[in-house]
Write a protein that binds this ligand. Structure first.
Ligand code: NAP
Length: 255
């Protein structure tokens, strides 16, 4: 399927590895010029080179921490008018809520709620003026099916989800959509760690737990990236304000 987004500019946050990398690669494969961002330069430049080699598209890199004002300033200096914004950052640490104090919560809310909201604030009006925009927030299946030990993530990401629900209808008239992608367990550093954590709760190793998933395996970042690219397509203009699970069927509800 031709997605109709070749030549657009995408800013993909937290994209040197994992899900962000999968999104950047899939967008680049559609001819989208991508700016990828992460904190560690070496891995970031390696990923940029691989995207260029595989797709031939222009790839810019930004070494920055997206959870800081300064990091977001730099990102938008390098890519001032993104047509596509993929909001992503590292997830909060697991733990017992009894141990979390104000600063733990402030950090989680800053990293996984405020930072993407600030990126939306800084980019949305430009998209509305240009009559095209696609914003994807990488959140988590835990928004729909919370995991106790990931309480900081459950809480902060639910706040982002509520905010997005409130603004994502006002933008559709200008061909700007805002959707959340909810990963289940993916084959990334974070995903393998989460599998070990969840499995550990039932006395299983990470691999034993992964074998119990409906698909019997972790998701691939290429599968996640392809979903992201479709949501960024011209064809997806009528999809906004949605929370799309990509979890291999692990959420067991009817809807
Ligand atoms: P990952 O494989 O560990 O990759 C994280 C990427 O984000 C790296 O490129 C990392 O590079 C970058 N990054 C992290 N913090 C950053 C920051 N503050 N500023 C800029 N870049 C940053 O993680 P992942 O599995 O792709 O997960 C991505 C997000 O999805 C996380 O929030 C995670 O909690 C969530 N999630 C993942 C899964 C899963 O199964 N993988 C499931 C549910 C939710 P640097 O370290 O160089 O910055």
């Amino acid at each position: 399927m031709e997605l109709g987004i070749a030549g657009k500019n995408a800013l993909v946050c937290a994209a040197s590895k994992g899900l962000g990398r999968g999104c950047a690669m899939a967008l680049a494969a559609e001819g989208v010029k991508v700016t990828i961002l992460a904190r560690q330069q070496k891995v970031l430049e390696q990923t940029a080179m691989e995207i260029r080699d595989r797709t031939g598209v222009e790839v810019n890199t930004v070494v920055a921490d997206i959870t800081t004002e300064a990091g977001r300033d730099i990102a938008l200096t390098v890519c001032p008018a993104p047509d596509i914004l993929v909001n992503n950052a590292g997830g909060p640490p697991p733990g017992d809520f009894r141990d979390w104090r104000q600063q733990h919560w402030f950090d989680a809310v800053n990293d996984n709620m405020y930072s993407p909201i600030d990126m939306i604030r800084r980019t949305l009006d430009g998209m509305l003026e240009r009559d095209f925009g696609r914003i994807i927030n990488i959140t988590s299946a835990a928004v729909k099916q919370p995991i106790g030990a990931l309480g900081l993530s459950n809480g902060a990401r639910s706040g982002l989800t509520g905010f997005v629900a409130g603004i994502s209808r006002d933008t559709a008239r200008c061909n700007v959509t805002i959707n959340n992608l909810l990963p289940g367990l993916f084959d990334t550093d974070r995903g393998r760690g989460a599998a070990a954590l969840i499995g550990g709760g039932s006395g299983l190793s990470g691999d034993e737990y992964i074998a119990t998933l409906p698909a019997g395996r972790l998701g691939l970042i290429e599968e996640f990236g392809a979903t992201c690219a479709f949501l960024c397509s011209q064809q997806a203009a009528y999809i906004t304000g949605q929370n799309i699970l990509v979890d291999g069927g692990n959420y067991r509800g009817t809807f």
